[in-house]
Design a protein around this ligand. Structure first.
Ligand SMILES: [Zn+2]
Length: 334
């Protein structure tokens, strides 16, 4: 049993309480490799932001769970080396799908886990989530549960259509399970193709697709039922069209990729939403930089020469999210 506290990691409890009170959200960035992790930590240190490093099933399959865990331990030391005396870094399991997996991650040193029972019947979701919470809390690890189903595809999580969270269920779910935070579905979606063109309207000025607005009435109803309780939004990439354009003009083919407009996420950050998950935007930033470098320098074959610019672009993206969308900059005082 490895205790995350010995690795210098923190759980989400105090971080979320402060974020809800302060009207900002903590960034939860997925990572799969060294460049992405470096970019996240550089951005968090430079902006003095707390940060959640999260690991999905796809990341565990791709990069190995043990290796990623050691990278998170390295991230704490790296943040200190970059000048942050007391970094606030959470290592979080994204979309845990079984009790065994959550238990295994907690024993490996994760400080927070998500148990996603949202596809199960309500009572089974409650029972599974409670079982994970009971084990996690023995080790002071925080747990995120989910009610409602997000559409879209991300790694191995996928659903054809979304089902908004039912506000009438949230008090019962939180009370029965003891979860520390709740992911809800209000119209965000996994992946870079969040909406079909039929679901969108066309901006007459730019000709770009405009997605349907998030269901803020559902969010407000949830907040009314659970005042001050930490709420989480998954699938909250904005799919920057500059990156889509760079990819498409350098040999790529992303058609009608649409995300959540940043002004809607800005609005959500000011509410009880205290964790916003962003993965696709980082993938797009990385791909755009690599495609551009390879197109401009076709003779280059040193991976550092294209992964370096990719890291720079991801760092820029993370800093932009922290400062201009989530508002978590300057929240680490020491
Ligand atoms: Zn998710």
């Amino acid at each position: 049993m490895v205790n995350y506290k010995d690795l210098g990691l923190v759980n989400t409890r105090a971080m979320f309480a402060k974020a809800v009170k302060g009207g900002y959200a903590i960034p939860a960035f997925n990572f799969n490799n060294m460049e992405q992790m470096q970019a996240i930590i550089m951005a968090a240190v430079e902006t003095k932001s707390p940060v959640i490093l999260q690991i999905s099933k796809g990341a565990r399959n791709y990069a190995n769970q043990t290796l990623l865990r050691y990278m998170a331990e390295g991230a704490v030391a790296y943040a200190k080396e970059l000048g942050c005396g007391h970094p606030e870094i959470v290592l979080h399991l994204d979309h845990g799908d079984s009790y065994e997996l959550c238990k295994n991650c907690i024993e490996m040193g994760f400080s927070s886990v998500m148990i996603d029972g949202s596809a199960l019947p309500y009572d089974e979701n409650v029972a599974l989530t409670k079982k994970v919470v009971d084990f996690a809390h023995q080790h002071d690890v925080t747990v995120e549960g989910e009610l409602g189903v997000l559409a879209g595809v991300e790694d191995e999580v996928s659903a054809a259509e979304s089902h908004y969270t039912k506000p009438e269920e949230v008090i019962d779910f939180v009370t029965k399970t003891g979860v520390d935070s709740l992911a809800i579905s209000i119209g965000t979606s996994h992946g870079a193709y969040k909406f079909t063109p039929e679901q969108c309207t066309v901006d007459p000025k730019t000709g770009r697709l405009l997605p349907p607005p998030l269901a803020f009435d559902v969010l407000e109803a949830v907040e009314e039922k659970l005042p001050g309780f930490p709420i989480v939004l998954h699938g909250s990439s904005s799919v920057p069209q500059e990156d889509v354009d760079i990819i498409n003009s350098n040999g790529g083919c992303l058609k009608a990729a649409v995300g959540i407009p940043e002004e809607q996420l800005r609005k959500a950050s000011k509410s009880a939403v205290c964790k916003i998950n962003i993965d696709s935007d980082s993938r797009l930033a990385m791909t755009a930089a690599i495609r551009k470098t390879m197109a401009e320098k076709p003779a280059e074959f040193d991976p550092r020469k294209y992964l370096g610019p990719a890291r720079d672009r991801m760092k820029e993206l993370y800093m932009h999210k922290i400062i201009n969308v989530l508002g978590s900059n300057g929240k680490i005082s020491h």
